[in-house]
Design a protein around this ligand. Structure first.
Ligand SMILES: *Cc1c(COP(=O)(O)O)cnc(C)c1O
Length: 380
């Protein structure tokens, strides 16, 4: 099998378009020179359009978790109260970061596979008016649940708490109106819907969040956002950035803006519907109800009597790289991502490979049933 022809259906890193990969190979430049100033300016301007914001957008050389840690450490002081709404593995990670920094964490948990209930969040906010910030995952990659971010932002509005969103597996695939919805901080990373290699985290910061940072005393050094902002004013970063990945991000943001945000959102909605419809037609169960199913990743229950690892290994033989579940869902589900540089053709291939793999494993399913159902979706 050609390594290069495999379809990476894991929820990050996602497939990288050839032009974006080529961009990483450009000659190195001084990160204190004019060419870099222009590069960072172009990337930042492009990113702001995808974030749908006129807030500052900063670039950090880190994976997404670095961006999340920056979001936490810059807006709090030790002992501060924060609300963390978690619906899965990545929400739990943000809670862990908050606890490690000595914060007083109020938990608003939902069962894995379910979204955050905006009502429950509203109740927590009323009960804890001294909460400094609300941390929430927009799209929980571990379960394939998409939170209703607009409704959540509506609930947080009018409270003192900042709204900080992990949009690592949604920004650039699903509509997020940072400014219209009043989101103070949005964190994403280069290797998911933004179609670039892993290595950069992007974070938007509202005026209100900058204001809060003035009084926030938690220690930070590498991820000091105010320092990042003063460098950004000179079109620089405080420390040596991942220049090659900035080239790739410039390229991928260009592709995104050329396709247009709405067509991209529509493509992701269609691909998610195709996957869900196809999987159901094969008789498999989905972890999450259609109503809040993620537009970028779908969690499929491993059927009784089938070894999920074996199933994924057969899929790999056909060139489809799927993911296991994480945490409590390990071995119980497998996940198919449909994010970024992924098209209708990839979905057809994935579901076809799944039909054959299941049949080979003795699972009773009708060959072609998934594809047939998907083609009906494509006909509209
Ligand atoms: C991938 C992901 C992360 C972690 O990002 P890393 O780049 O692996 O650090 C965090 N949150 C969500 C929702 C993710 O999908």
């Amino acid at each position: 099998m050609f390594e290069e022809k495999q379809h990476l259906a894991i929820p990050g890193p996602t497939p990288v378009p050839p032009g974006v990969l080529r961009a990483t190979g450009r000659p190195m430049i001084s990160h204190r020179g004019e060419a870099f100033h222009n590069l960072l300016t172009r990337v930042t301007e492009g990113a702001k359009q995808v974030f749908q914001t006129s807030n500052d957008v900063l670039l950090l050389t880190a994976s997404g978790t670095g961006g999340l840690e920056a979001a936490v450490t810059n807006v709090v002081s030790p002992g501060d109260k924060v609300i963390v709404a978690t619906i899965g593995y990545f929400g739990d990670r943000v809670r862990d970061i908050c606890e490690r920094w000595g914060l007083n964490v109020v938990r608003v948990d939902s069962e894995w596979g379910k979204p955050t209930d905006p009502e429950a969040l509203g109740a927590a906010l009323r009960q804890h008016p001294d909460a400094r910030a609300v941390f929430i995952t927009h799209n929980e990659t571990s379960t394939g649940v998409e939170n209703d971010l607009k409704a959540i932002a509506e609930v947080v509005k009018g409270h003192e708490a900042l709204l900080v969103v992990d949009a690592i597996s949604s920004l650039g695939a699903v509509n997020i109106e940072t400014d219209n919805w009043g989101i103070d901080m949005v964190v994403t990373a280069s290797q998911k819907a933004l179609m670039a290699p892993p290595g950069l985290s992007l974070i938007s910061v509202s005026g209100r969040a900058w204001h809060i940072m003035d009084g926030a005393k938690s220690p930070r050094f590498y991820f000091d956002l105010k320092k990042a902002r003063s460098s950004a004013e000179k079109s620089e970063t405080p420390y040596t950035p991942a220049v090659s990945f900035l080239y790739s991000l410039e390229e991928s943001l260009g592709m995104i803006l050329k396709e247009g945000l709405q067509p991209i959102f529509d493509r992701h909605t269609l691909m998610a519907r195709m996957v869900r419809t196809g999987v159901k037609a094969l008789g498999l169960g989905l972890l999450v109800e259609d109503e809040y199913g993620s537009r970028t990743v779908t969690a499929v229950k491993v059927p009784e009597g089938i070894d999920g690892g074996k199933l994924r290994s057969i899929l790999r033989g056909y060139g489809v790289v799927a993911s296991d579940g994480q945490g409590q869902l390990k071995g119980k589900i497998f996940r198919l991502a449909h994010m970024g540089y992924t098209t209708v053709l990839d979905i057809l291939g994935m579901v076809s490979a799944l039909e054959v793999a299941l049949t080979r494993m003795g699972y009773p399913t009708e060959l072609g049933a998934g594809i047939k159902a998907i083609e009906q979706v494509m006909l509209g």
